[in-house]
Design a protein around this ligand. Structure first.
Ligand SMILES: [Zn+2]
Ligand SMILES: [Zn+2]
Length: 429
């Protein structure tokens, strides 16, 4: 019979078999963030829609086409979070974090939602891990943000990725570059796609972002932004690159890498898997020195990065990186007779209180069926309680791997079992 309900299009259940990947990625990311001095922040899954209109940009596809917007019961226009940075900057302002020592280093985890066409590596609900360092414009911080992303993938075992880097200048030098870009496109409007023709009118920088085949030669011949950087931006970029060299982080200069909004400044970077289109980018980040001001704060520099967990996991599978196996129960408690059931429940409880992972057989099943369950659960030992064990106040401990059995006194069962588990897990001499 077909199920009555399915998870909504563009969403996915994360089943137990997938969880080891999630634990692996999340634990690695948490550990690295702590190593780098970042503190965790959690923001709500929805905000006032206008936060994202300002913080992500009115002209972006995210705001124009993809954001889940709804009116709540009081008539306020709210939106489900399409990304993390705007919310973190909102929290920075709301909680007066500019009074803390700067920069404030924050990281976050959580679902984001975009109404997009679902396809491989693109879901409507996806999970982002991201971090922001707000309150300092030093290129050393750009290098740190890049290093954190790079180390994360390295630690996870993704060693074939590439880091793409560019600078998109600042409000001082950008107008000159946009003029040059405009001049470059002026006599090529017939060669480019319809979207690009509208970008030519509204958002010049995004011309460089186009994925349409026919636009590629025009993009390839476009002047690179790095030729037009003002002195401060050029110096910033040069210092960032020398930090990256000192940290031995390999990068590729990509003059087509852009963010099409005024508050994104200078450094932009992306991490990409080998031989994939840009839409399979694993993560992207950059400097947003104008964003806090856009959200009503004082001019405050910041830089951040976000990476999709589902995309990381897809790449772990591609690269055949196996996460550590999940823990199996150490003990599966089974019982021979109904009379032994409460003794079995007590034993299971005592074992758990001693920190031993224990599952107890439930339901009316034969001992043989219970033993099959112990086997299926991957338990290291079965603790068997029957008539004889009840009269002698003992537990029969059976090692599942080889069937070796041993009787342990009930009173000292947790200690005795713990000792045997330690012995069993000790590597052979
Ligand atoms: Zn500049
Ligand atoms: Zn185009």
């Amino acid at each position: 019979m077909a199920p009555l309900y399915k998870a909504p299009r563009g969403t996915a259940d994360v089943l137990p078999a997938e969880q080891p990947y999630w634990d692996y990625v999340c634990q690695t990311a948490n550990r690295l963030c702590q190593l780098f001095g970042y503190s965790r922040i959690e923001t709500p899954i929805f905000e006032e829609a206008s936060l994202f209109v300002r913080g992500v940009g009115h002209a972006t596809d995210i705001v124009q086409k993809e954001m889940y917007v709804f009116e709540d019961r009081s008539g306020q226009t709210m939106a489900l979070r399409p990304e993390g940075t705007a919310s973190v900057c909102r929290a920075y302002l709301q909680h007066g974090m500019h009074n803390l020592p700067q920069p404030v280093r924050l990281y976050y985890w959580g679902p984001s939602l975009r109404y997009d066409r679902p396809q491989a590596g693109r879901q409507r609900q996806f999970t982002q891990f991201g971090y922001e360092a707000i309150g300092e414009g030093d290129p050393a911080l750009d290098a740190e943000a890049i290093e954190l992303a790079w180390r994360l993938y390295q630690e996870l075992g993704l060693t074939d990725l590439t880091l793409q880097l560019n600078s998109i200048g600042c409000p001082r030098c950008r107008p000159q570059y946009l003029e040059a870009l405009k001049a470059h496109y002026q006599d090529k409007l017939r060669l480019i796609c319809t979207d690009c023709r509208s970008r030519f009118q509204k958002n010049l920088l995004r011309l460089l972002d186009c994925k349409v085949e026919s636009c590629q030669p025009v993009i390839a011949a476009a002047p690179p932004f790095t030729d037009y950087l003002c002195q401060q931006c050029a110096l910033h970029f040069q210092e960032l690159r020398s930090y990256l060299d000192a940290l031995a982080i390999p990068y590729t200069l990509n003059p087509r890498l852009v963010r099409g909004l005024d508050y994104y400044t200078r450094t932009v970077f992306e991490v990409q898997p080998p031989e994939q289109g840009a839409q399979n980018t694993i993560g992207a980040g950059g400097r947003y020195d104008g964003l806090i001001e856009e959200l009503g704060g004082r001019p405050t520099p910041g830089i951040g990065y976000a990476t999709g967990i589902e995309r990381i996991i897809a790449n772990l599978k591609r690269a055949k990186v196996m996460p550590p196996a999940p823990a199996k129960p150490a003990v599966f408690v089974v019982y021979q007779t109904a009379a032994a059931r409460s003794a079995a429940a007590r034993l299971a409880s005592e074992l758990r209180q001693s920190g031993i992972a224990t599952v107890m057989a439930v339901g009316q099943r034969s001992l043989k069926a219970q033993m099959r369950q112990a086997d299926a659960a991957g338990a290291e030992f079965a603790a068997i309680l029957g008539e004889e064990e009840l009269t002698t106040n003992s537990v029969l401990l059976r090692r599942m791997a080889d069937g070796q059995q041993e009787r342990v006194a009930s009173k000292s069962a947790p200690k005795g079992i713990a000792r045997r588990i330690r012995q069993a897990s000790r590597p052979p001499a």
